[in-house]
Design a protein around this ligand. Sequence first.
Ligand SMILES: *Cc1c(COP(=O)(O)O)cnc(C)c1O
Length: 427
Amino acid sequence: MDISTACIHAGYKAGNGEPRALPIYQSTTYHYDSTDTVAGLFDLTVDGHMYSRISNPTCAFVEEKIAALEGGVGALLTTSGQAANLVAIMNVAGAGDHIVSSATIYGGTVNLFNVTMKRFGIDCTFVDPRASKEELLAAVRPNTKAFFGETVANPALNVLDIEVFATAAHEAGVPLIVDNTFPTPVMCRPFEWGADVVTHSTTKYIDGHALTVGGVIVDSGKFDWTVTDANGTPRFPGLCTPDESYHGLTYTDAFGEQAYITKARVQLIRDLGVYPQATTAFILNESLETLPIRMQRHCQTAQRVAEHLEAHPKVKSVSFPGLASSADHDLACKYLPQGSCGVISVVVDGGRERAAAFLDHLKLASIEVHVADSRTCVLHPASSTHRQLTDEQLVACGVEPGLIRLSCGLESADDIIADLDQALAAI
Ligand SMILES: *Cc1c(COP(=O)(O)O)cnc(C)c1O
């Protein structure tokens, strides 16, 4: 099935006389005919829903659809992209463990890895996304449990060399977790390049209409969680030894290739309480139906806008993987041949004040702390998310004072370009 067809038909299938559209099962709880059924549910020997903090039919249909789109064996929705990355890591690492992450990732994830997870006792080494396999392996410690990176980084827009990261992770005996938020499965499917687990902030293109905050974890089913260290001790005891919170059940024995995603749900989502509402899943399902057409349009428009801005005399530089001038153009051609995303980084000539003035003259594009929306939006980090920093400090963390993040929406490319041109003419 082509991905455009799967976006519409994977997941919910209407039976005879049943609703054509995915129903919203707005219920916290479920009814059973016998105590035996309930006992089976709690033992995880009977399939079904137990309580909407752990699963819900509307959410389950959307999970099935997203798993099909990524080519995975199972998926788990979460209340945010942050929760997806937190649970994806916690499912393999605990206090005393360590992960290796690409340095150019979303700021919220940097904080999670650098501050909050460190307080839980999980350490992180940040590496250059262009590191070689040898350099990546040099960051590995005996307690390393995962590698992490973003297919197209937010906001750096560099492209991850997924094959190099996957090869290094597998030589180290650990999984590669890839945050695939910006390309979505329409533009890149990291499992095809060796990734083991994929995460998304569904808040971005999967929703795509700025309606719901959410996340998802997808399991490829390919990683062997029974791997042992040189001395024979299991590297992932949480997955391949008995779980006391399930009377000694062992996930790899009971669930085979779905061990990782099942443990994430019945143990971590159960205990952390970060499962979304049925209505959120319903909205995502609606948005997923149009994802391929929307992604194609976002990417085509961003390509035109990036080429136009690159040739504009008042623009100092443009960063977009689809540009031939991009340092990651080779990786974009390999991993993202149909396009990457609709987000572009633009540096306006003249620094902080000129960039702010440019934003204030825009009429169609609106100033927002958001990306990947149907409406074109812009943000100037130096006057918003990074405003406490001096120009020198900004440059040190890779953000030029004149840098603008531009997220191309679904409006006509001509109208977006006309708006950018009139604002550039006014400064
Ligand atoms: C936005 C974003 C997140 C965080 O997602 P939320 O849904 O805002 O919690 C994680 N990763 C990437 C790449 C993002 O763009």
